[in-house]
Design a protein around this ligand. Structure first.
Ligand code: DX5
Ligand code: ZN
Length: 219
């Protein structure tokens, strides 16, 4: 059984209350918080995502799955630990060298959060292998980071397959999260590839009944 992490990136201001309540009622497993700084990716969602996360903290016990698409990871960690996320995931491509990756892993753990590393579609899956023993989740982007509503890039499924084989062969206990373009048409291929946490934004938020679509994606 996979878990569903609903991206609230495209939730409109003013609709966050009813949408978050409805997603909780629809039994999403996580809220996926897409933090963008306008530098690592063109969009800036920083303040909006902080506001939405603070609101979720007040009304829900569901875990926050924070996806940092930022250049200054350390500052974003300092800001977002305030909403007590379950996990903070940063991009490998935002780090200048391996030492910085290890420093950030340690820093996030020191802030009592689980740690994830995300990789963009064009980043080789092997580039993340050496860090896997120290983290809780690898987020494989199945679209280019930066916005919702994009089409899943099929080639990224090969990376998920390779990652799944690698962690099984090396007995590494880690979650594989797939993120971007996941809907009823693509979900089976993503599951077959080996992801066990699926992020979906558009497909869920455009549905009439969140529980129906979340159950469909999860089964
Ligand atoms: C893209 C984000 C994804 C995206 C998912 O940069 O990281 O989480 O919002 O949304 P959909 O499901 O619409 O692709
Ligand atoms: Zn995301």
């Amino acid at each position: 059984m996979v878990e569903i992490s609903t991206s609230i990136l495209s939730v409109k201001k003013g609709e966050e209350n009813k949408t978050i309540f409805a997603l909780e009622a629809g039994k999403t497993d996580y809220f996926h918080i897409d933090v963008m700084d306008g530098k690592f990716v063109p969009k800036n969602t920083y303040d909006k995502m902080f506001e939405y996360s603070s609101y979720i903290k007040r009304i829900s016990n569901l875990p926050l799955d924070v996806h940092l698409m930022v250049e200054n990871v350390r500052k974003a960690v300092d800001d977002f630990v305030a909403v007590e996320p379950n996990i903070i995931t940063f991009h490998l491509e935002a780090c200048k060298d391996k030492e910085e990756v290890h420093d950030l892993i340690k820093y996030i753990k020191e802030n009592n959060c689980k740690v994830g590393i995300a990789i963009k579609p064009n980043t080789k899956i092997e580039d993340v292998y050496e860090f896997l023993p120290y983290i809780h989740m690898c987020l494989v982007m199945t679209v280019e980071p930066g916005k919702g509503g994009q089409t899943l890039i099929k080639e990224t499924l090969e990376k998920i397959k390779e990652l799944k084989n690698y962690i099984d062969e090396n007995k590494i206990e880690i979650d594989i999260e797939a993120d971007g373009g996941i809907n009823l048409a693509t979900v089976d291929d993503v599951k077959k590839a080996g992801a066990n946490i699926l992020v979906s934004g558009t497909a869920i938020l455009m549905a009439k009944d969140y529980k129906v679509i979340i159950d469909e994606l999860r089964k």
